[in-house]
Design a protein around this ligand. Structure first.
Ligand code: ADP
Ligand code: DAR
Length: 389
């Protein structure tokens, strides 16, 4: 704290207390009442969320009346209080929340990201040489498509719940303007959700390009105000590089294509990130790396995924779970988070996003998918030899 050079020590403290108080705000009694009621219901629920697991009565008591310049504990946990089926249950309404409410966020971050402790520091960005990964399925027997996305927040802008209508419009304009300056491979079209034909929206969603509206977890986190103002999707003409504007985060950059060529997908994402960061400052924390709305999207904020058909391996639940645990994988359905797999097609991705560099995360993902394909081949081989007897 800057030491002041007043003659009268008493004035020192009065000034400091006044300045500290000016950066905080009084919590309304109704907010505290909502917090207490919601927390009691959560404690008595059968929720398995990380919020319930880590918001102990002691931590609740210590954080209950804390605030950032613009948010309260309720702003952080309201989604998990309203949706007991949340996996995580918390969001950071602003970057400062990761510091002020660290006693809650740090154990959740450690739990979700497989052991990233509050004393650990995320490494500086390093994408290595993305081309080394090549094609994981050159004969196209298993992988339907490959996608790598990263989340980014724009420095100086509040996260979703604190944004005004103008913020949403400004962010959309900033992204569109930046994309229009990028190389030919990124030339494409912006589709604002505002006024988008339902048929076009449905096709973009069904084709795995566009996010779905009405995510109840985001709605409960106060992240869908003014919808669909400022929400849009940009894609290049090949639909291999896409940018989501103002869905959950300010920016989601996505590189994707049919087949298993992880090297091409990763290389394109890196070129896209370089193009965007040349004009837009991203929110970056010295210990947590890239900061975003959800604590599952910190550090690299990268999710690399394949839509892969592995009916044999998936039928052996124990083996499937063993390999997912070994490589810290997340298994989803193929129509987005909170969906189930259909006809043996799974969305398999890295779960951990912090504590490793971008290159290390994609390398681990590459090893995992390669082993999964080998296991599926072996299972297929067993079946073939049985049938031939
Ligand atoms: P994220 O948080 O990474 O955006 P979601 O699970 O919400 O992930 O998926 C968003 C959209 O991206 C969904 O339509 C999903 O089907 C699609 N998607 C995710 N991974 C792939 C992939 N490997 N290939 C094709 N589409 C994908
Ligand atoms: N649905 C919330 C968020 C989980 C992580 N996914 C994100 N951020 N899209 C939950 O707690 O389940």
């Amino acid at each position: 704290m800057l030491l002041l050079h007043f003659q009268t020590p008493r004035l020192n403290w009065l000034f400091l207390i006044k300045r500290y108080k000016s950066t905080k705000f009084e919590i309304k009694p109704e907010v505290l009442a909502t917090l207490d009621e919601g927390y009691a219901k959560l404690r008595s629920s059968n929720s398995n969320s990380l919020l319930k697991k880590h918001l102990t009565p002691e931590i609740f008591k210590s954080l209950r009346t804390k605030t950032t310049k613009s948010s309260t504990l309720l702003d952080c946990i309201q989604s998990g209080l309203a949706n007991h089926d949340s996996k995580c249950g918390v969001y950071a309404p602003d970057a400062e929340a990761y510091t002020i409410f660290a006693d809650l966020f740090d154990p959740i971050i450690q739990d979700y990201h497989c052991g990233f402790k509050k004393t650990d520091k995320h490494p500086y960005p390093n994408f290595g040489n993305p081309c080394v990964f090549g094609d994981l399925d050159p004969f196209k027997h298993y992988i339907a498509s490959t996608r790598i996305r990263c989340a980014r927040s724009i420095r100086g802008y509040p996260f979703n719940p604190g944004m005004t209508k103008k913020h949403y419009d400004d962010v959309e304009d900033m992204i569109h303007c930046t994309l229009s300056k990028m190389g030919d491979e990124f030339k494409g079209v912006l589709h604002p959700l505002f006024g988008m034909k339902k048929s076009i929206q449905r096709k973009l969603i069904n084709d795995h390009f566009l996010f779905k509206p009405g995510d109840r977890f985001l709605e409960a986190a106060n992240a869908c105000r003014y919808w669909p103002t400022g929400r849009s999707i940009y894609h290049n003409f090949d639909k291999t590089f896409l940018v989501w504007c103002n869905e959950e985060d300010h920016i989601r950059m996505i590189s994707m294509q049919r087949g298993g060529n992880l090297g091409e997908v990763f290389s394109r994402l890196l070129r896209g990130i370089r193009g965007m960061e040349a004009n837009i400052p991203f929110e970056y924390h010295d210990r947590l790396g890239y900061l975003n709305f959800c604590p599952t999207n910190l550090g690299t904020a990268i999710r690399a995924s394949v839509h892969i058909r592995i009916p044999k391996l998936a039928s052996d639940k124990t083996k499937f779970e063993q390999i997912a645990k070994k490589y810290k994988l997340q298994i989803r359905g193929t129509h987005g988070e909170h969906t189930d797999a259909e006809d043996g097609l799974y969305d398999i991705s890295n779960k951990r996003r912090i504590g490793l560099t971008e290159y290390q995360i994609v390398r681990g993902f590459c090893k995992a998918i390669s082993e999964i394909i080998q296991l599926e081949k072996a299972e297929k081989g067993k079946t073939t030899s049985k049938n031939s007897k």
